[in-house]
Design a protein around this ligand. Structure first.
Ligand code: G6P
Length: 442
């Protein structure tokens, strides 16, 4: 049997026990021999703690997997079969700034949606481009499974500007299927959802259980207050009349677009009352998690990890890897090149959609034309993403300004300019592509 090498970039993340658990659970179908956990020098402290836990987990499970901790990204990537990316440039401190800068202008402050997502993308683009250069040179046949946020936009950078084979992945669709299954009290295997949209902007157009259309039933449940959210998003309730007329299932992140005023108010209140932004709350959760991870008796993923938003992350990632490796021809919801799947969007942009997965990759299921209820929002956000990709790759101030100015959550070009200048200055140490512009601003 073949032996697989996996490189996890951002291996010091507190989420790592999730993905390790996934590889342990699927050891019968996925012959993983080496897992390289890669992080930067600054992340070494976390990598050592989480890496030691990963080693104990593997040992306890009695599986023959070597877990290697390293700051040498090139040696980790060399000859890898799968590279996964879960890194966060600038860490949670940079995320907290992404959340706070927009709030100054009464604009939504979120790590992936709106100007916060733009800021994160600008920091991430130079790094993902470097990683892809290494993959092109040292592991040209590897699959890159990208989790790094904003996942759809970053996947589009790779798709448009490198030769790397990439699939973008998010836990939101898997999480939504599980939540619907819980509402219906059925096994999630029985639920199928016709997903379409962009990352963190995905709708379930139709929902089925054992082939029976349950869309209306699920929307009625949501209208009655059933929960469909994630740990990182406040569970503000949906208006029943709005849901009924929408006729499809919104994802938890849609609250940022459909309930913008309430969400901004909620975020400002949390800061004023000293509860902090989500990044500040997560910093606290992380401190607790790393204390727990340090315990040499701990040999499995602790329950406290459930306080993070990334539930089902391991299931999504490892089952996708297994579907590729084992040529399963299974359906997964992933971020992939449009290629005519969704009429009204450019061919070369990345969408989030149900795909058939086999050894050759992800093959999107044709969607066709969308209802005008959702295509305007998708097109608007996609145009923003297309401009952000080019702005971030080229370090082009004008494109960056245009992209923020057309974002549906930014009220005017004036605010877009103020946001952009704050973002560039505050992130100056992470934006080599904008250095000359930044020098002119400070
Ligand atoms: C969800 C999203 C991820 C995001 C995470 C944040 O899982 O799909 O893209 O990274 O939430 O969770 P956190 O606990 O860091 O707020």
């Amino acid at each position: 049997m073949e032996e697989l090498k996996i490189a996890i970039i951002g291996g010091g993340s507190s989420y790592t026990p999730e993905i390790i658990e996934g590889f342990i659970k699927r050891r019968y179908e996925l012959p993983v021999k080496e897992i390289h956990l890669v992080d930067v020098e600054d992340g070494m402290y976390k990598l050592e703690i989480v890496g030691a836990l990963a080693q104990r987990m593997v040992e306890k499970a009695g599986v023959d997997i070597d877990v290697i901790l390293t700051t040498d990204r090139r040696s980790a990537i060399k000859g890898a079969d799968f590279v996964t990316t879960q890194f966060r440039v600038g860490g949670l401190a940079a995320r907290a700034r992404d959340e706070k800068i927009p709030l100054k202008y009464d604009v939504l402050g979120q790590e992936t949606t709106g100007p916060g997502g733009f800021s994160k993308a600008m920091r991430t683009i130079p790094v993902i481009m470097d990683i892809c250069k290494d993959i092109e040179e040292l592991a040209p046949n590897a699959w890159l499974i990208n989790f790094t946020n904003p996942a759809g936009l970053i996947t589009e950078v790779v798709e448009k500007h490198t030769k790397v084979k990439v699939i973008g992945l998010c836990n939101v669709p898997v999480g939504m299927v599980k939540m619907v299954a819980d509402m219906l009290e059925v096994d999630s295997e029985k639920v199928s959802v016709d997903f379409v949209g962009l990352n963190h902007l995905v709708w379930g157009q139709k929902l089925f259980v054992d082939g029976k259309d349950v869309t209306k039933w699920v929307l009625d449940k949501l209208s009655d207050g059933a929960a469909l959210s994630m740990k990182n998003i406040p569970d503000l309730k949906w208006d029943p009349v709005f849901l009924e007329s929408l006729g499809m299932l919104p994802c938890p992140y849609h609250r940022y677009f459909y309930m913008t005023d309430q969400m901004v108010k909620d975020q400002k209140k949390a800061v004023e009352e000293g509860r902090g932004t989500r990044a500040e709350q997560v910093q606290q959760v992380e401190r607790e998690l790393f204390q727990i991870y340090k315990n040499p008796e701990l040999q499995e993923k602790p329950k406290q990890l459930e306080k993070r938003g990334g539930a089902y992350y391991s299931e999504a990632a490892v089952s996708l890897i297994s579907a590729i490796y084992n040529d399963k021809k299974q359906l997964h919801v992933v971020n992939i090149r449009n290629n005519g799947t969704l009429i009204g969007l450019p061919q070369d942009t990345v969408i989030e959609v149900t795909c058939l997965i086999d050894k050759t990759g992800a093959h999107p299921i044709q969607v066709g034309t969308l209802s005008p209820k959702i295509y305007g929002l998708i097109q608007g956000v996609k145009a923003y993403e297309e401009l952000a990709v080019e702005a971030g790759v080229k370090g082009d101030y004008g494109l960056a300004l245009q992209c923020l100015a057309i974002h549906p959550l930014v009220p005017s070009a004036t605010v877009a300019k103020q946001l952009l200048e704050d973002i560039l200055v505050e992130n100056r140490e992470y934006l080599p592509q904008f250095q000359r512009t930044i020098e002119g601003l400070i």
